[in-house]
Design a protein around this ligand. Structure first.
Ligand code: ZN
Ligand code: ZN
Length: 121
């Protein structure tokens, strides 16, 4: 694969990551949210492809991608909700996926590997 192909693949994966979350948000039933946090009910499994199946597949995709995603899928009983993961505004690294060689937080959304780059802006 050349660089252009790898970029296309990265883009496709990034779109899939984004779509998986919105699939759950669109297709899962919204469960009660006792503390003002939207929860999605994935428990309504059906044999025929339907809305819930789309949501369950999307949730499974999210589980498989795990740490790499810019958000976290949290399960509570039969429902799930999303938590945004802290990420660097310059490079997009997260606690689960640090920069090559390692980095640490120097600001709410800035990592140590990107300090110089952020100051040049
Ligand atoms: Zn960074
Ligand atoms: Zn970093």
């Amino acid at each position: 694969m050349d660089h252009a192909e790898i970029r296309m693949l990265d883009l496709a994966v990034a779109i899939a990551d984004h779509t998986a979350r919105s699939d759950v948000e669109c297709y899962a039933r919204i469960a009660s949210n006792p503390i003002g946090q939207t929860r999605y009910d994935l428990s309504q499994a059906q044999d025929v492809p339907g809305d819930e199946v789309v949501a369950q597949r999307a949730a499974e995709y999210i589980r498989l991608r795990g740490d790499i995603l810019p958000y976290k899928l949290v399960c509570v009983d039969e429902t799930v909700f999303f938590e945004d993961v802290r990420s660097c505004r310059v490079c997009g690294c997260t606690d689960g996926q640090a920069c090559p060689g390692g980095c640490s937080w120097v600001g709410p959304d800035l990592c140590s590997a990107c300090v110089d780059e952020a100051q040049e802006d």
